[in-house]
Design a protein around this ligand. Sequence first.
Ligand code: SF4
Ligand code: SF4
Length: 416
Amino acid sequence: MTREVKLVEVEGNIEDLALELANQLDKGVTLVVRGEPSLVKELLITLRKYGANWLKVVYAPGWDDPERYLKYAKYMSIADKAPYRIKGEKKIKRRILLHRMAKASLDYMDAPIVNKECAALRYCNLCVDSCPEHAIIPEKPVRIDLNKCTECGACINSCPAGFLWPPGFTLYGLSEFLEGVDKLTAAPLPKLDQLKDGAVLRSQERSAPLILILEAESKGKKFAPLDLNLMDPYLEELESLPRGNEPPVEIKRFNNYASREASLLASMLPDKDEWIQLNHLNYFRVEVSDECTLCGACTGVCPSRALRIVKDGDELRLEFSHQQCIGCDACRQICPEKAVTIERALNPHLLRSGEFVEVTRDEIARCRGCGAPLDGTVRMMKNLEERIRKNSGDKYAELVWYCQKCKDKMLFKGLI
Ligand code: SF4
Ligand code: SF4
């Protein structure tokens, strides 16, 4: 495959231009195009009709600027990976069929692109659960079943770390695309009073702010980046949240994407320490039952450092940070005691402040011989004792309550 990049002015008859460019795209040429946004959009749609790799066409009004160009180059290397699929319902004109042959019946697949960093969230299944078409294969990183994906975009918003995004429009590309449109109603997330039915909410790129695009018009043509009716419940939930007027707050979470999203949300809520139940938004509350032995397995596996164990005198405390938690499910799955529950919930104060709150605590166990602290809590020792009793009998079970020194002494005296 060639790595050739060509610059193209979009003008004249779009159908003819698209036919010419489709052949170049077949050869692997990447096209950086410049022209009226509405014409560029028409070109992309036409190329798609022709079964051409429209993902390798990048709208670049600022192609003289090397900085921007580098971003495009990165984007193009992603678009390279998208495959074709057959779309049976396509209507094809005879003229196009003659020029493009079988390719005219193909569609260049624009299923969400998966960032391989997804593998870092070993236990997270949020996108798998969000897909109404069951098109996401739960491997790590996740894979998209191209025959099932309808490009609805639901998964993209479900990823707590922004590891999924559509190849057709990155946020950067989108903002470039929208440059020069006649009318644009766009608002960052806090301006919720502008929400309407069918609004489109996209946080399309890692480290991108949430952008709400309600409507864009260019030369009398409406621009709707993606049909996201599926996002309506998500938006309704946003609308239903209480409003506050707090100063902006900078939140540092799992990655830039999660940080910006949380910062925006925190600054639109009142600073109240109360839990609000959620159904759709990605904010989570982790609770831990009394089965917890404070073994620390969950703290070790949390990619967000949202759980920690703190020593407090003769006790250990397990603490949780609502601000840091991205709901990846790792702690729940790793817990040997099945003590963790996770639910969607939002606490404006905890989100804003980043405070850690106690979720459980227990006393540090002490040696029954000398009183020295043991390596675990009372609940852990009881648990261990119970398990050993089941397998090896009473005599050995009680030994969990003694430190190594006392056990050695007992062995010496023939007590064990
Ligand atoms: S919640 Fe489970 S994994 Fe975490 S410390 Fe408690 S027992 Fe261990
Ligand atoms: S607390 Fe649990 S769900 Fe939240 S980020 Fe950590 S491991 Fe994931």
